[in-house]
Design a protein around this ligand. Sequence first.
Ligand code: CAA
Length: 398
Amino acid sequence: MNEKTEVNMTIGIDKIGFATSQYVLKLQDLAEARGVDPDKYSKGLLLNEISIAPLTEDVVTLAASASNSILTDKEKEEIDMVIVATESGIDQSKAAAVFVHGLLGIQPFARSFEIKEACYGATAALHYAKLHVENSPKSKVLVIASDIAKYGVTAPGEPTQGAGSVAMLITQNPRTMAFNNDNVAQTRDIMDFWRPNYSTTPYVNGLYSTQQYLDSLTTTWDEYKKRFDWTMNDFAAICFHLPYPKLALKGLRKMMDKTLSQEKKDSLQENFDKSILYSQMIGNIYTGSLFLGLLSLLENAENLKAGDKIVLYSYGSGAVSEFFSGELVEGYETYLDKDRLSKLKQRTALSVEDYEKVFFEEVELDESGSAQFAGFENQDYALVEILDHQRRYSKVEK
Ligand code: CAA
């Protein structure tokens, strides 16, 4: 049975961009400091480095920076919706998207809001953006997945922290990847990872969360195959939510069934290896990590071509999971940055001691609820001060 909804319009990702923070922590250094075998991180988790953000870089500045890297002035005049998906938001009321709308100078008659369901949020945002464009074909929607993943010093998740933002422009006749209208989601009310309002770091049932990730993967995948006529042979690559790449590798192995030829398995494995390159240098960026995997695949894979289909597995603790797919369009390489790996190497490395100070520093407000910040000259956008409890952001003039 093929339940794919026929939509007389192609909608998808027109452009995709990324920004991460200015500092990096080498996991070799962290392993030494924690008295752990470095192979546990590099082979056990498949991680090498993690991005570290100071106070002046948050989900708003990273979102603005990722978006600005792909948008023209004309597109800023055309966007009529800005959605920021995040689980590390900076205000319980005002949406990060409103700050981003202001920083980018998007035309005023736009809808801006935040969306949350752990690492799944951006997938829901993409679906809503697609429905909006279906309804209003000239619309352009800016969907941004922006997060800073902080588990705490010596927490089991410490080597899987990270910071980054993926921005995607969703339009009709997209120039990168068209959606296939084949989403299948699953919800389970579980407590595998959560962060109460009173806590700056999450509570994690680590092993349980990995079991839920994998069980949601196999059950949602089975349902997806049941509802549509797809098999693994239809896809050139699979992109996974990447809390750490080793877990996704386990997912890949579960999806490679006996019907696949060795050649197909090798090609899927090769593309998987390309899809984890950025995460291995950045760590978990929660809701953006699936799309960071997609970006890494598109910018580094050597055996992809227009017309190839890519299936994506989204997982957000709590938990919501989803499979959906897209098809690469002619000329999809045009808007990608093939130089990103070398740019990532330009981040400033921190010692473990400095990382502990920089990443976990808390804002100290004076009696009026204000604080001034400095040292943000290398950023594109920065939190420059808090004045009477109001966060003030600015584009950094170079
Ligand atoms: N050499 C090589 N490999 C080694 C090793 C060594 N010296 N020492 C350990 N390993 C391997 C282990 O065998 C293990 O591999 P397998 O999973 O294949 O068995 C791997 O390294 C990790 O070792 P442990 O399981 O002992 O690690 P841990 O218990 O200290 O931490 C974790 C693992 C619980 C997942 C922890 O990283 C964590 O809490 N992470 C945060 C939660 C998380 O990411 N969950 C994922 C699903 S939830 C989700 O997806 C949402 C989200 O983004 C958070």
